[in-house]
Write a protein that binds this ligand. Sequence first.
Ligand code: 5GP
Length: 113
Amino acid sequence: MTDTIFGKIIRREIPADIVYEDDLALAFRDVNPQAPTHILIIPKKPIVRLSESSQADTALMGHLLMTVKKVAEQENLSNGYRVVINNGTHGGQTVDHLHLHLLGDRFMGWPPG
Ligand code: 5GP
């Protein structure tokens, strides 16, 4: 795969407001927040998108969801939050490195646009 802006953030080549990190995942604030709290959770492994993940990534996918839960607790999102994965063109994905959006601190409408 080609490198992305998120690869540069993982390698600390460009700055980001990092709120959580472990061996497998990184979480940082979105540069263009769509809610008062908007954090991106990404695998350090450069998976392009959900639809390009494989069976071998099963445990990592679970880890990313548990990381969302951990970060949401860290951010005190006790009134709830939304988790979004944009996949591919129709999903509205703009960065080709799998990421989970954690959005909170406001009411989320449904259906999403
Ligand atoms: P997508 O549209 O692919 O689901 O989401 C990509 C997200 O990455 C967008 O919400 C966008 O604001 C965010 N983003 C793009 N470039 C950067 C960057 O350089 N730093 C940070 N922190 N977020 C970025």
